[in-house]
Design a protein around this ligand. Structure first.
Ligand code: ADP
Ligand code: MG
Length: 234
């Protein structure tokens, strides 16, 4: 059974008098432990689709299921709770909080969503920073580290709650070639170690080359509606 199941998803945005059709009849199934990407040109609907899977936005029509739960009817509060428990996010522009240190940025989701004692939070943060190779940067502020290091902090922050699913929207778009490779290898290693499912959006060939499957979006439609629920050996 798929971890993510979308059935005939439509999404319209209303801009003044104009209705923008951002997604049209998108059906897709993605299995646990998958390492897959939505690809397509700018404006094709990639971010809209990840936002729907991530409970940040709702479809106009269709069914969306994540981890066996129908998410499209969630209240704001339930959506926030579900995100906190099940989903990690990695963004193109890193989105670290500039007033928090590296360690505090990674700790943030634990503070927000889980009732975890401070000592346990510190232990989890330390463990994640070691996994991404940044234990020695824990006390620095985001301003003082490189773009690649920032994205590795963001990956640690996305994974610290041990979510089943990580959504990464063009995560290498602001990274140079070598750094993008390091970040991709890191995410693949985490998939292999923890069995975390990764769904990317990108038009970066460095991601496209590494994923198990790709789903192409064009003007809001998937050109290869289908499923990727094969057994992932992690
Ligand atoms: P991509 O991530 O592939 O670049 P998006 O999902 O951001 O594509 O956008 C898909 C379409 O929906 C585009 O035509 C975009 O202009 C439109 N769109 C996205 N978000 C909004 C919004 N909040 N309001 C109105 N139109 C939007
Ligand atoms: Mg986008």
């Amino acid at each position: 059974m798929g971890l993510v199941r979308l059935e005939n998803i439509d999404k319209n945005y209303r801009v003044g008098e104009v209705e923008v059709e951002a997604l049209r009849e998108v059906s897709v199934e993605i299995g646990k432990g998958a390492f897959v990407s939505f690809i397509g040109p700018s404006g094709s609907g990639k971010t809209t689709l990840l936002n729907i899977i991530g409970c940040l936005d709702k479809p106009s029509r269709g069914r969306a299921e994540v981890a066996g739960q129908e998410i499209s009817g969630f209240s704001r509060r339930r959506a926030a709770e579900f995100r906190g428990e099940n989903i990690g996010f990695v963004f193109q522009s890193f989105n670290l909080l500039p007033v928090l240190t590296v360690a505090e940025n990674v700790e943030y989701p634990l503070v927000m969503v889980k009732k975890i004692a401070a000592a346990e939070r510190k232990r989890l943060v330390k463990q994640m920073l070691e996994v991404v190779g940044l234990a020695d940067q824990a006390g620095k502020y985001p301003d003082a580290i490189s773009g690649g290091q920032k994205q590795r902090v963001a990956v640690a922050r996305a994974l610290v709650t041990k979510p089943e699913l990580v959504l990464a929207d063009e995560p290498t778009a602001n990274l140079d070639h070598a750094t993008a490779g390091v970040v991709m290898n890191l995410m693949k290693r985490l998939r292999n170690e923890f069995g975390t499912t990764f769904i990317f959006s990108t038009h970066d060939p460095r991601i496209i080359d590494q994923v198990d499957a790709k789903f192409t979006l064009l003007d809001g439609r998937l050109t290869n509606n289908g499923s990727e629920t094969g057994e992932y050996h992690v």
